[in-house]
Design a protein around this ligand. Structure first.
Ligand code: AVJ
Length: 319
């Protein structure tokens, strides 16, 4: 019989201390917010995979098409032969296109989840027999020391998926600067950024007809109940996706449908009808916004590729 999976059976005492701290801080504060990274337990990761297949969720599909089409040009524009360093590699599904085009001899996937990282690194190494894979477990929000074997190699950072969109401006700048420090002057960075577009396209992408995104959002409350011994009445919350135009971002919230009170780790909290927990920001960038942000972070844009609707951009920048 298969052993039970750690994440689904985690008892309150074993929950990630950082998760615990973020959740308690959220409910103790009047401006309730929980960092989006806590969506991704096992169920959450599976639900995100399901989101990427939804007809309304255009980003993954659009970016993958751009990578399939333009990785050859990325190689021509200076990427050829470089060591690819992927930030938040996860399952590395988009990486083969780039690795095939660039033809470097090393690959450094960086992820905070060691188990996931080693599994996907092993799978990639099997598919690319000539490639030296050096998985690096760590938090890429901070500058990291790359493996000795790639110290003198020219590098190409890879940060797909519009993950930068989850960060507020200040954090995204910190990240871009950290990446510059990690990779070094003269390095390249290939980054995926989602464009500003009509809310008529954006809202359904984050509030789909099948309700998968709603389940993804609500799973956070189930996770709190499971891992932090919570009594949150999940069915009395509603998934909300809204476009915040002044911040150019989609926000996801969980809205209380009634006045309520519940406990988390034995501590009692209450919420009023209509109050929300802010669970995610997904910032969108126009062409000039993207260039300015990158430049402020120490990166000069060398090339951009977009789809015919200009819904998503792949940007190549140099440190
Ligand atoms: C993984 C952060 C890029 O913001 O579009 C998808 C996450 N949230 N649907 C995004 C997400 C709701 C996604 N990122």
């Amino acid at each position: 019989m298969d052993p039970p999976e750690a994440q689904t059976v985690a008892a309150s005492g074993e929950a990630d201390p950082a998760f615990r701290a973020d959740v308690l801080a959220c409910f103790r504060d009047t401006r309730r917010a929980i960092p989006a990274r806590w969506f991704y337990d096992k169920t959450g990761s599976e639900l995100f995979e399901a989101i990427t297949d939804l007809p309304e969720y255009y980003p993954t599909r659009t970016e993958t098409a751009l990578l399939e089409r333009y990785c050859g040009e990325v190689a021509q524009q200076g990427g050829a032969g470089r060591t690819v360093v992927e930030f938040g590699s996860g399952s590395s599904v988009k990486t083969p296109h780039l690795l095939r085009a660039v033809q470097g001899s090393h690959y450094v996937p960086i992820d905070i989840s060691g188990e996931f990282l080693r599994e996907s690194a092993a799978a990639l190494a099997a598919d690319f027999p000539g490639l030296d894979v050096h998985p690096l477990e760590g938090d890429f929000m901070r500058p990291l020391k790359l493996p000795e074997a790639v110290a003198d190699e020219p590098k190409l950072g890879f940060f797909p998926g519009s993950t930068i969109g989850n960060m507020v401006a200040r954090s995204s700048l910190d990240l871009l600067r950290s990446m510059r420090e990690t990779l070094g002057v003269g390095s390249l960075l290939l980054i995926g950024m989602d464009r500003i577009k009509s809310p008529d396209i954006l809202i359904p992408a984050y509030d789909d007809a099948q309700g998968v995104t709603a389940r993804f959002n609500l799973n956070l409350l189930h996770r709190i109940n499971r891992e932090l011994d919570g009594t949150i009445p999940v069915d009395r919350f509603r998934h909300v996706a809204r476009w915040n135009d002044s911040y150019a971002r989609i926000e996801m919230h969980l809205e209380a449908q009634d006045d309520m009170s519940f406990t988390v780790l034995g501590e009692r909290f209450s919420m009023r009808k209509g109050e929300t927990i802010h669970t995610e920001n997904s910032h969108k960038y126009g062409p000039r916004d993207a260039r300015l942000l990158l430049r402020a972070g120490g990166w000069t844009v060398r090339h951009e590729w977009t789809d015919p609707d200009d819904w998503f951009a792949l940007i190549l920048a140099e440190a």
